[in-house]
Design a protein around this ligand. Structure first.
Ligand SMILES: [Cu+2]
Length: 302
């Protein structure tokens, strides 16, 4: 669904990855700190007019640990071979240490699996299938070697919110990180242009409107994808924290139209650079637009 861009050849031998986890992301400070900090930030700073008062729990990003709240993500193998068709196999164990088989669907699926390289390239959004024993499988091919992160986004039955666990996956070989593109409110994919209005502000739930056009004309017949007219994933540059993002409105709501605008709320815990991945479906094809956005400090102006 998300064809990997074929990256050109690059100088070999810069960095070699052999199975071991590489890069940043292991150590993470208390996530509540940034939230608490902004609470007594600059006086007179405006808060977003989004109604919900942000709470630390809402803003804390997921994906930074492979185990949380009694749930654990276990990849059967933590390595893949770049350029070769492979498969991801994993289980998610629950507080009773048994594989979780009872899930509440979110965005139309029991589980969303996001795969991305540490440099935020090679994004893939997959939907594994689960067997009766709780083993999940999905075909996966990564184009380039390097350290990857796998995110499982799911909601165990009985929990009132979803959970995102993250695990390392390595494609051994020569790895040259691609710098994250500078912040830009627009991106193009396969002849479609996506523009972003709204800005990310630390410590709040930020309203983001993504507008899709083609050949200069707004697209007004987006097709439902994952129970919405778009699906947004936001990852933080530096540690690949996985932000909480939810669409504004649902299919069938009078105010929810099939484009050109798709609105989301993203819970932003801290001022940092984020990469946004918008999946949208038009003319039967799901495409992913990728943008970089920088979250400003709470109360800051920009
Ligand atoms: Cu999904």
């Amino acid at each position: 669904m998300n064809p990997l861009a074929t990256v050109g050849t690059f100088a070999a031998g810069l960095l070699v990855v052999f199975g071991a986890a590489v890069g940043v992301g292991g150590a993470v400070g208390p996530l509540g700190a940034a939230v608490a900090e902004q609470a007594h930030g600059a006086g007179g700073g405006s808060t977003e007019a989004h109604g919900e008062a942000p709470s630390g729990a809402d803003l804390a990003p997921g994906g930074l640990a492979l185990a949380q709240d009694g749930y654990a993500l276990r990849l059967e193998r933590s390595a893949v071979v770049a350029g070769q068709p492979g498969e991801v196999r994993f289980t998610i164990s629950g507080p009773d240490d048994r594989p979780v088989v009872d899930l509440t669907p979110t965005h139309d699926k029991d589980l969303h699996l996001i795969v991305v390289r540490r440099d935020l390239t090679g994004y893939q959004h997959l939907h594994p299938t689960r067997d009766a024993t709780g083993l999940w499988t999905v075909p996966l091919t990564v184009a380039e070697p390097g350290p990857y992160k796998v995110f499982a986004d799911f909601q165990p039955a009985g929990r009132d919110r979803s959970l995102t666990l993250g695990a390392d996956l390595t494609a051994p070989g020569s790895y040259t990180p691609t710098p994250v593109p500078p912040a830009s409110p627009s991106a193009s994919v396969d002849g479609y242009d996506v523009s972003l209005t709204g800005r990310l502000t630390a410590g709040t739930s930020s309203r983001l409107v993504l507008s899709v056009s083609k050949d200069g004309r707004p697209v007004t017949d987006l097709q439902p994808y994952l129970a919405a007219y778009g699906h947004l994933v936001a990852l933080r540059d530096g540690d690949l924290a996985y932000l909480h993002v939810h669409p504004d409105g649902e299919l069938g709501d009078p105010g929810t139209r099939p484009g050109p605008d798709v609105t989301f709320y993203a819970d932003v815990p801290a001022a940092a650079t984020y990469r946004l991945f918008l999946d949208f479906q038009h003319a039967g094809v799901v495409r992913t637009a990728e943008l970089t956005a920088v979250a400003t400090p709470a109360g800051g102006s920009r």
